[in-house]
Design a protein around this ligand. Sequence first.
Ligand SMILES: *Cc1c(COP(=O)(O)O)cnc(C)c1O
Length: 388
Amino acid sequence: MSVRPGRHFLQIPGPTNVPDPVLRAMAAPTIDHRGPEFAELTHRLLDALKPVFGTSGPVLIYPSSGTGAWEAALLNTLSPGDRVLCFETGHFSTLWQSMAEQLGLDPETVPGDWRHGASPEEAAARLAADTEHRIKAVCVVHNETSTGVTSRIPEIRRALDEAGHPALLLVDTVSSLGSIDYRHEEWGVDVTVAGSQKGLMLPPGLGFNAVSDKALEASRTARSPRAYWDWRPVLEANERGFFPYTPATNLLYGLEEALRLLTAEGLPAVFARHQKLAAATRAAVRGWGLEVVCADEREHSATLTGVLLPPEHDADAVRKVVLERFDMSLGTGLGKLAGRVFRIGHLGQLGELALAGTLSGVQMGLRLAGVPVASGGLEAALDVLGER
Ligand SMILES: *Cc1c(COP(=O)(O)O)cnc(C)c1O
């Protein structure tokens, strides 16, 4: 492979760019995971994670991808045959639902068009119709990474409350936590699922569950077989600062540094930065005369933007030219959006000029791939980025 000057632009919606201080923190020697120094690290981390999830309750850390944390959420709270209400918001919600099915649960799908979030109205209707309370959990992907649509979790919570329905609320925040305002406790979420490699700015390899009292209670009677994913031995070992297996020690070093960076910037500032980068990206897309996938102004994702191309163009051809010419990776279209959509990731370690560079690469790539775009796109984005 030829030498590429400058830095690769990793503008996919996860894994995201890992900040240098996080890389350096992970380069420290691995320590004894049963020693006193490790126990202190665990205690510090478990405390520092709580404000990021917006919880005062336990957060579990698994050496796993986000998919593992999905599995942990389902197995610990549900029993074979339990009905789960799943909102089809895109590729990731579809994967989570098919996992539920494989685990012996009984998913009821609320179909969607992959351009909107989970519908609170539809939630209210389904829950009201379930007078026997057969639905045991409602599963929602907060930020659907395949489309760039953010669901309104507080409104889903309200639908549960107004129906007086006892189902658990399970929320996937893999591509929103640490980038988009999220409040596990205030929003009445029972299990929050997250991963390390998106807003938390770490390499892949850690999965998280934040757990409510009600979910803990449910875990005592849930009958799904589980061993590695069982919350109980983890919570028990965590009390003493340990894990019931060898944890991903060096990723935990990185996590401590990433949490320090988020805290130093301040979560409200982190959220505002992502909103601004997202607004600038949408301004570019519209300035190019292209369409954003998200079709509801209330639901635009702050962490990525899905760009829909006219049917005569191939989104993967644009991605290919952008990678070859400008050494930048963009997200591919997933599931039924393959070939029609590319995704611009603007989350994690990223400032205004990095986004300006990203959008410059996209504008040039679109033209090189033969997609006729208006020249106002980049200018419109710079206007947003340069606002006071
Ligand atoms: C990335 C992602 C996942 C899957 O996480 P893995 O670490 O790839 O297993 C799940 N849900 C959402 C919303 C994601 O963005």
